[in-house]
Design a binder for this molecule. Structure first.
Ligand SMILES: C[S@@+](CC[C@H](N)C(=O)[O-])C[C@H]1O[C@@H](n2cnc3c(N)ncnc32)[C@H](O)[C@@H]1O
Length: 235
């Protein structure tokens, strides 16, 4: 049976691709690249464009629309898993690329679960990637933890109460997927006196990278999906 690779390609800077990811991406006949709708480009694919060979390798875009409707997303995971199953059954190794790390808030996880149900003898290898959290911490030169400090990571799309609790209980709090709920998060940070401890990082590792420390200036603005806030309470 051919092998399925889950490859983390890092947060955006092609230099953060690991040597192992590069070696596998250059050797597989099929590369599957996620994108959020039919006419958009795949950000993950743009990261690896310099190391793959589109003339020799088959590149398959996998569409994963952003939807809270489980039935809708399941249909797309099914479709993607079916395509990958076909390639594996034909004896072709397949590399699925993911932004950052493939097992951290990644759609690849659902596709993998789906494929495990379809193929009982599925051979899988995961190549970890530099997560956007580590890359954002590095870009902002903001330590995530030292000594006995505790770190929480949560999607900001959670209810405000859960964000409030995390901000109360942890030393460093990372709020992912913050773009659509930024103003709500800002209000919570202001209310808890933590606004000045928060840093906004967007499109880290790309030419459009933004690091904003006076986060109030972003109020009411349209923000990129590839954005997070890191709140570090200690100096
Ligand atoms: C679906 S999660 C993917 C996480 C990814 N698997 C990882 O390991 O970083 C998408 C969220 O990751 C964060 N993210 C991904 N790439 C980023 C980047 N280049 N700069 C800032 N945040 C990023 C944002 O919070 C975004 O909403």
């Amino acid at each position: 049976m051919a092998k399925l690779y889950g490859i983390g390609v890092g947060p955006g800077d092609p230099e953060l691709l690991t040597l192992k990811a590069m070696r596998i991406l250059q050797s597989v006949p099929v590369i599957c690249a996620p994108k959020s709708n039919y006419d958009s480009d795949s950000f993950a694919l743009s990261i690896v464009e310099g190391v793959i060979d589109k003339a020799r390798q088959e590149i398959i875009p996998l569409v994963f629309p952003m939807s809270k409707d489980k039935e809708v997303t399941k249909k797309f995971w099914d479709e993607s898993a079916k395509i990958i199953e076909g390639k594996l059954n034909a004896g072709k190794d397949v590399a699925c690329i993911s932004i950052g790390d493939p097992l951290f808030y990644s759609t690849f996880i659902y596709v993998l679960e789906n494929l495990k149900e379809r193929l009982k003898d599925l051979a899988v290898e995961i190549v970890p990637g530099v997560s956007s959290i580590n890359a954002s911490s590095a870009a902002a030169i903001l330590p995530l933890a030292k000594a006995n400090e505790r770190v929480a990571v949560l999607p900001a799309t959670y209810e405000k109460e859960r964000i409030r609790n995390a901000l109360k209980d942890y030393d460093t709090i990372i709020l992912m997927k913050v773009n659509k709920v930024f103003d709500d998060v800002l209000a919570v940070l202001e209310e808890m006196g933590l606004k000045d401890k928060a840093v906004f990082i967007s499109r880290c590792g790309t030419e459009e990278e933004r690091i904003v420390r006076d986060i109030e200036t972003l109020k009411g603005k349209e923000l990129d999906y590839l954005s997070m806030i890191i709140v570090r309470k200690q100096e």
